[in-house]
Design a protein around this ligand. Sequence first.
Ligand SMILES: NC(=O)c1ccc[n+]([C@@H]2O[C@H](COP(=O)([O-])OP(=O)(O)OC[C@H]3O[C@@H](n4cnc5c(N)ncnc54)[C@H](O)[C@@H]3O)[C@@H](O)[C@H]2O)c1
Length: 257
Amino acid sequence: MLAAESHVDRSILGPGVFVETNVGGTQVLLDCARQAGVKRFVQVSTDEVYGSLGPTGKFNENSPLRPSSPYSASKAAADLLTLSYAHTFGMDVVVTRCSNNYGPYQFPEKLIPLMIVNALEDRKLPVYGDGMQVRDWIHVEDHCRALLAALEKGKPGEVYNIGSDNEWPNLRIVTRLLEILGKSTDLIEHVKDRPGHDRRYAIDATKARTELGWAPRIEFSEGLQATVDWYVKNRGWWEHVRTGEYRTYYERNYGGR
Ligand SMILES: NC(=O)c1ccc[n+]([C@@H]2O[C@H](COP(=O)([O-])OP(=O)(O)OC[C@H]3O[C@@H](n4cnc5c(N)ncnc54)[C@H](O)[C@@H]3O)[C@@H](O)[C@H]2O)c1
């Protein structure tokens, strides 16, 4: 189950639709899957359900759920609902929890495409707070390969963390993107931090590596370069998705910061 409201900032601006889609929508699909006799239901979740980490350590599948945004809380609720269908109805379900994705076709509300497209237009790059929030980045194709492995080889009722051991502070990602694009760091503008911004996520994916036989293949510097190249070549795509509703969202989220 990939369909979801997926962006933390939007969940701060309006939590209701996150509960409706991510919790209510998951329940509807679980019921449909059950009625239709679907063989296995994979709930695609996020490392954000575990909450924020200090400077060291990693989350594993037994870490307590401590979601801190309406987005992550709605995903945690959906995970628990999914697991309850296994326990109550004997449904075959698997839950995956992945770290931050990047790659082509990513909506330019998310950090990496947002910074690339703003830089390509010589607009300011709004970096939240000190920019030292750490995320563990994985290429979307590695995530997709893990989802397929979970579908085919996961054990019923189990949770699998998916991550690349690739931690970067946001500000370093942004400066790296500017370097690739040959643009000045003067474009960076530190803006008011996101309320309740989690400081660090890091995920231990040992279980997925050993039980699913999965491992990430795409090295970060190559994946990032390819992603920048994709946005340079596909200007028509991102110019199109940034019209209409995106402008309203951008103004609401960054306008007063
Ligand atoms: N992007 C990440 O870094 C990341 C990391 C871990 C997990 N995830 C999870 O992966 C999934 C996909 O994330 P994404 O980043 O591709 O999100 P996205 O917002 O780019 O895509 C979500 C998709 O869900 C669809 N959708 C939303 N509400 C719907 C509804 N009510 N009915 C039908 N379709 C609906 C949207 O149209 C869109 O195609 C989500 O469940 C997200 O929580 C994402």
